[in-house]
Design a protein around this ligand. Structure first.
Ligand code: MN
Length: 146
C-alpha cells in the first residue's frame, strides 16, 4: 500500500490528521494546503492512483506564467486529507497549522514519469500547469504553462 510512509510518520493517537486507510475515489481533487510548520510552505496535492500525490512548495504557488517554483515530492497522503485543516500538535510530524489555501479539481493532460501537465480549476490557480522533475527523485519544478 502506498500510504505506509504516511502512516509511519504519524501517531494517530496524537494528531487529528486522517488515517485514511479506506479506499476512496472522489475524482480529480486538486488542493493546496498552506502549512505553517518550522518553515512556511504550500502543499500541492493531486488525487491520483487512489491517493493524493503531494509536493511541498516552499514559496507562494505561481498564479502567473513565468514563475517557476521548486516542488519537493513528499509521501502520498490519503484522499481524505484534502479536507484537513487545523493544528498538528507540538512534537508531531509537521507540527503547526494547516489551512486550505486553494481547492478544486484538475484535468490531467499528460502524464510521463518526469512530467505532468494538468489544468487546474481552482479559485486562486486556474489554467494549465506543469510539474517537471529536474534533479534526483524528489525535486520538481512547478509552473504555469502559458
Ligand atoms: Mn507540509
Amino acid at each position: 500500500m502506498k500510504l505506509e510512509e504516511y502512516w509511519k510518520k504519524r501517531d494517530f493517537e496524537k494528531t487529528r490528521e486522517p488515517k485514511g486507510n479506506e479506499k476512496t475515489d472522489r475524482g480529480n481533487i486538486y488542493v493546496i494546503q498552506k502549512h505553517q510548520a518550522t518553515h512556511l510552505h504550500y502543499d500541492l496535492r493531486l488525487e491520483m492512483d487512489g491517493v493524493l500525490k503531494s509536493w511541498a512548495v516552499p514559496k507562494t504557488p505561481p498564479t502567473e506564467s513565468g514563475v517557476k517554483r521548486l516542488a519537493v515530492q513528499v509521501e502520498d497522503h490519503p484522499v481524505g486529507y484534502a479536507d484537513f485543516e487545523g493544528k498538528i500538535p507540538e512534537g508531531q510530524y509537521g507540527a503547526g497549522t494547516v489551512e486550505i489555501w486553494d481547492k478544486g479539481q484538475y484535468v490531467l493532460k499528460s502524464r510521463k514519469e518526469n512530467k505532468l501537465v494538468f489544468e487546474i480549476k481552482g479559485h486562486k490557480l486556474k489554467g494549465v500547469y506543469c510539474l517537471v522533475r529536474f534533479k534526483g527523485k524528489k525535486n520538481w519544478l512547478f509552473f504555469k504553462k502559458k
